[in-house]
Design a protein around this ligand. Structure first.
Ligand code: SF4
Length: 73
């Protein structure tokens, strides 16, 4: 478990740069970005495929979507 995600400073989600930020964003930030990033959908895709493959609209809690993106390569 990381204390703080290593890409937090450049992450679109953490920096509120995504469209339609959910009302639960603050909770997600605590849970993933400043908690355990290993289950963050954005982080999973970043680690598997590289940061250019992380969709602009992928939220941290969309693990299933992340798995599909990773499977599709
Ligand atoms: S949304 Fe995911 S990738 Fe972005 S800073 Fe938070 S834990 Fe890291």
């Amino acid at each position: 478990m990381a204390d703080e995600c290593e890409v937090l400073s450049v992450c679109l989600f953490f920096n509120d740069k995504m469209a339609n930020m959910p009302g639960s964003a603050a909770g997600f930030k605590r849970r993933y970005c400043q908690g355990d990033n290993s289950t963050c959908a954005r982080y999973m895709v970043l680690k598997a495929l590289g940061k250019e493959k992380v969709p602009g609209d992928l939220f941290p809690n969309q693990e299933d979507k992340a798995k599909k993106i990773i499977a599709a390569g």
